[in-house]
Structure formats: structure tokens, C-alpha cells
Design a protein around this ligand. Sequence first.
Ligand SMILES: [Mg+2]
Length: 268
Amino acid sequence: MVLLKNKSIEKRLKKLKIIFLDMDGTIYMGNDIFPWTIDFLKGLTAKNIRYVFLTNNSSRSADAYVNKLAKMGIEASIEDIYTSGDATIDYLKEHKVKKIFLMGTPSLEEAFVKAGFKLSDNNPDMIVMGYDKTLTYQKLNTAYHLIKHGVPWCATHPDMLCPTPTGFDIDLGAMMQALISATGVEPKVIGKPNAEMTGPLLNRLGVSSEYVAIMGDRLYTDIKTGLNGGLISILVLTGEATKEDVKTSEVAPHIMIDKNIDLLDFFS
Ligand SMILES: [Mg+2]
């Protein structure tokens, strides 16, 4: 089943150069790849369409996703993965931030150090909160005092909960509430559905949003990212959102398909 909003989207699809792919619910579910995903990716490559996997999860590095995808038979390199941690690094670089107080996992710390940031709680330019599975009272309290002293802060993504094979875990959106409650100051939030997740990536790839699409299973993150970033937005029904949700949602995708591989029908 396919929904097309207008002819101009159809025209843009014919010139598609890059597609951003959500992972969970879009190309796999938990640890199980959808049986049609490999053929879908091969089909994109055959049409000279590059794909980049996007994730809001800043607790894991691009390397970890390369390994996870490899186990499923998907060949990807670090350049093919873009996390909200990467988006935050690009955003801070654009804003000439150099020294940060970071609340993040060791892999996120490594990514920021590799990108040239100095990590310090002594007069940082910015506080950065990631999906920190190693969060301590001490880190939170340090961030609290820095925010009270006027240091601006940002968060890598807004998700309240993170899906797991058995349900959900608490995610950054819920964790950051402690600091918002204590300080009354809201962070700048990167990550889906904000345009900061795709803007710096488009710059990195040197491509205009006109030639790019995003595919995902969530209306309020993936599809909204597309609308905020001026991308073609494609909803798949293999994850969270249902046809019923689309009827009642303010966020409308340009295209709705049952599963990722159905997109290839547009190019045949
Ligand atoms: Mg998803």
C-alpha cells in the first residue's frame, strides 16, 4: 500500500541520491533482520542510491552498529552510520565549541576526544548530556552547578524511552528531566526529530536536502525529521506506527509503504 502526497515528490524520488534509514523497526526488529532488507539495500545500490543509517542512540559508537549490522549480514562502514552523538559533535564544531563537560558512556567520550574536544568540568564552553548509561550523582550534580553558573547545555536526543527486546529502558529524555527540574533551564536538543540531526550530515555528504529521503517507523521522530529537514519522508509499517496512527497524526509522511523493499517499486 502506497500513499503519495503529490507529483513533485514522485519527481524528486526519481532523482534520489541518498536515503537516511532508521534501524529498529525499519530494517530489523531487535536482533532480527527483516528477510527482505538485504534485497532492499542491494536494490538501492543498484540504483546508485547511497544509504546512511541514523540512530538517536548516543550510548553506542558507530563501530558497535557496524558490528551489529555485520552480524545480520549487512555490510556497513563507520561512514555509513550517523548517531545523535555524531550530530552533536558536528553541531558543536559548527558553533566553535571546544571544551565541554560531557555526561556520556566511555564510547561517547572517545568519540568526542577523537573529534578534538577537550573534556573538562573546569570552565567548559558547554555541557553535553548523552544517553549516559554510566551516569552518576556526581556527574549530575556537577552539571547542575555549571548550569547554575550560566554554562549552556545540550542533549544529544530527546527520547524518553529506548526500545529493548523485552520492552523499554529509561532514556536520555527522562534522565535530563532531573537537571531541568533542578535548574529551570531547558537544554538545546539535537537528534531526531530536530533538523540538527540531518543538517550537518547533509553538509558532510555535500548534498542538498532536495535529493535526500528519510525512511522510518515512527511518525514523531523519523517522519518529523524529514519534514523539519526538508527531506522526502517515507513511513514503513513494520515498526511502531500503524495506518490508524497516520489517519490521526498531525505529522503526515509523503509516502507510506508496508515494508522497506516496497520503495523499489518507485524506481522500476
Ligand atoms: Mg525505529
